[in-house]
Ligand binder design. Structure first.
Ligand SMILES: [Zn+2]
Length: 375
């Protein structure tokens, strides 16, 4: 008897979830359209709509249809019912953004603020979050949580950095980062966050390998819209793949890592750290920049081919350099194609679609997606 009740309860919850998420996906939909779309009975749909309206999860959003007769009321989700925040921590900058229940960025701020393991720094993170919430008039109970993208490897429970040579912050925990943030905090590896943002915002992608070409190089294996973490949360770390045996020295202590040939600083260093200036000079035909770029693409094409041979999936160029890649796809695809054993084109190689603040976005989105699942 008990079992029957729970089956009934599950079905009820499933219907409610399907109705909410269909309204979300369609942006605005009428009751009759929901009945048609989900093949559910009118009473089921009506009852759920009323409940969702009462709880404030959805709202009426004008009327739909003008084919004569009565116009149906349209429903949309209340996109500000809950929100999530994302922080991106790098050596010299902090990014904070807020994301609504449609997964859209509603607030974004990037400041120059060097990283340090001090109370002052932790206070700054707290201030940035409360400033953002104040500006968008967000109440505490609306906040689902704060995802923090870090240039390090993070334990499975999102709590602790277990490899963090870049900022020398090994052992630092989510609790420490969130000392002045009164919401659940989670840590995410930066490249995994970037990859997750990309696969979430690009509906055509299901599986992909995301290469994050920022001041450090990371990678993320994305299978069926999820990050594959590996046995020890170290998957996709292409930055430390040996590209050139006994090549350049890497901060990790080894030599010849891909990291040392294609991190974004290699390009921006010739322009006082300004990557935009590098690409401008490159466009103007600056000789030094052109030579640097030629070498950069050569090394990048080797890594891209290795990834393609290994995974046979789409390869996305992301991170700081990836954001500028659209204009140079022909060049990099030609090099990747020449190296490829099996294919005569390199259409598998794509520039990232999320050009700005992918890391903070990819750290906030998991909170939103979990909410969608449990409505
Ligand atoms: Zn290395």
């Amino acid at each position: 008897m008990k079992k029957d009740t729970s089956i009934f309860q599950n079905l009820k919850e499933e219907n409610r979830n399907r109705i909410y998420n269909t309204i979300r996906e369609k942006k605005c939909i009428s009751g009759p359209a929901l009945i048609y779309e989900l093949k559910l009975s009118r009473p089921t749909v009506t009852q759920n709509i009323n409940e969702l309206l009462e709880e404030g999860l959805i709202c009426e959003n004008g009327t739909i249809g003008n084919t004569g007769g009565r116009r149906a009321r349209g429903y949309s989700i209340s996109e500000m019912f809950q929100i999530a925040a994302g922080l991106d921590i790098t050596r010299n900058h902090i990014t904070v953004l807020l994301v609504n229940l449609n997964g859209e960025i509603i607030y974004e701020k990037r400041i120059r603020y060097p990283f340090s393991i001090t109370d002052e720094y932790k206070k700054k993170l707290g201030e940035l979050i409360s400033e953002a919430m104040e500006e968008k008039a967000i109440h505490e109970e609306q906040m689902l949580g704060v995802g923090i993208a870090v240039p390090g490897l993070v334990t499975k429970d999102y709590r602790t950095i277990f490899y963090g040579k870049i900022l020398d912050f090994e052992g630092m925990t989510a609790e420490e980062f969130g000392k002045y943030i009164p919401f659940p905090c989670r840590l995410y590896n930066d490249a995994d966050a970037g990859g997750y943002a990309e696969i979430s915002q690009n509906s055509e992608l299901k599986d992909a390998f995301y290469i994050s070409l920022s001041n450090n190089i990371g990678g993320s294996i994305l299978i069926d819209h999820k990050v594959y973490h590996g046995e020890g949360q170290r998957s996709g770390e292409v930055g430390h793949m040996t590209l050139i045996p006994n090549g350049r020295e890497c901060y990790c202590g080894k030599r010849g890592c891909f990291e040392t040939y294609c991190n974004a600083s290699i390009l921006s260093d010739v322009c006082d750290g300004n990557l935009q200036d590098f690409f401008q000079k490159l466009e103007q035909g600056d000789r030094e920049c052109m030579e640097l770029w030629r070498d950069y693409l050569y090394y990048l094409s080797i890594a891209v081919n290795n990834v393609r041979m290994l995974f046979d999936c789409k390869v996305i160029l992301g991170g700081y350099v990836g954001a500028y890649m659209s204009d140079y796809m022909h060049q990099i695809r030609t090099l990747a194609r020449e190296r490829n054993t099996f294919e005569t084109n390199a259409d598998f190689l794509q520039p990232c679609q999320v050009k700005r603040e992918a890391l903070a976005l990819g750290s906030a989105l998991p909170f939103i997606h979990e909410f969608w699942e449990k409505v």
